[in-house]
Design a protein around this ligand. Structure first.
Ligand SMILES: Nc1ncnc2c1ncn2[C@@H]1O[C@H](COP(=O)(O)OP(=O)(O)OP(=O)(O)O)[C@@H](O)[C@H]1O
Ligand SMILES: O=C(O)c1ccc[n+]([C@@H]2O[C@H](COP(=O)([O-])O)[C@@H](O)[C@H]2O)c1
Length: 226
């Protein structure tokens, strides 16, 4: 396993964020915290990356193409966000370690920040080569309703707590290896709940960008319960 480099001040760094997800469908619980995170960390860009075959999910309702289109539409009016379809182009499970290695090859002089919700952090030590992931990027964890209490923080694996830092200045001098909790707006929105709400017509349109709703309607997605 590699050890993350200490950064020298002389290096002009590209600061790249990645928010991977199933995005079935994408919603404001992804988009608004992503924009806040990009601003907070002064990222140059934040890649929204639909997973082709999410490693820990059995299947998806929308196709990879439909999930990609929804992400593309959602990025349209946000200059910091960009749809990145590299995982969709790999016909195998979307292991984050492979993606980060590829990004590092492409952007040699970069600092990578993998963004996730607190629910993802709680499972992180089950991810493929999770220790290697921490040599490639910092993790930025957004709080989520139901996952923000100290009770949940205390369930984080002890092997992860040693990576936790409290302020972004502690990330600045290291290429990778730290985990920071981003205490920001916590939006109670999830794709699973949205699919159920669309299927039984109890859906609140404020939770998804209008253009994505139009795409869902046009494609007749999520008309039936999963
Ligand atoms: N409301 C939210 N606030 C903060 N992070 C979120 C929120 N919703 C999703 N995320 C994070 O975005 C990433 C991708 O999420 P995903 O596409 O699986 O959506 P989801 O809403 O969590 O779906 P599901 O309901 O199936 O769990 C994950 O790291 C997840 O933790
Ligand atoms: O690499 C892994 O083992 C791994 C395991 C679970 C999730 N991930 C990634 O985490 C992101 C969010 O996943 P999900 O299932 O919550 O949509 C997405 O980019 C997945 O590819 C990655």
């Amino acid at each position: 396993m590699n050890t993350p480099n200490k950064l020298s001040n002389a290096q002009p760094l590209q600061r790249i964020g990645i928010l991977g997800g199933t995005f079935d469908p994408i919603h404001y619980g992804h988009i608004l915290p992503a924009i806040e995170t990009a601003k907070w960390l002064t990222l140059d860009s934040l890649h929204l990356m639909p997973a082709h075959i999410p490693p820990h999910k059995a299947s998806t309702i929308a196709s990879p193409e439909q999930r990609m289109q929804m992400v593309k539409i959602a990025c349209q009016h946000h200059p910091l966000l960009a749809m990145d379809n590299r995982e969709l182009l790999r016909n195998k499970p979307s292991y984050t370690v492979d993606t980060l290695q590829e990004l590092k090859q492409e952007h040699k002089n970069s600092q990578l920040f993998f963004v996730m919700g607190m629910d993802s952090l709680l499972n992180f030590t089950r991810w493929h080569q999770w220790q290697e992931i921490l040599t490639l990027c910092h993790l930025v964890v957004n709080i989520r309703p139901g996952y923000q209490s100290s009770q949940h923080l205390s369930t984080i694996s002890p092997s992860l707590t040693q990576h936790l830092v409290e302020s972004i200045t502690e990330l600045a001098s290291l290429e990778a290896g730290k985990i920071i909790i981003h205490q920001q707006l916590a939006l109670d929105i999830s794709s699973t709940e949205l699919r159920a709400e669309i299927a039984n017509s109890s859906f609140n349109p404020d939770k998804i960008p209008r253009a994505v709703i139009e795409y869902i309607q046009q494609q007749q997605l999520y008309q039936q319960q999963d």
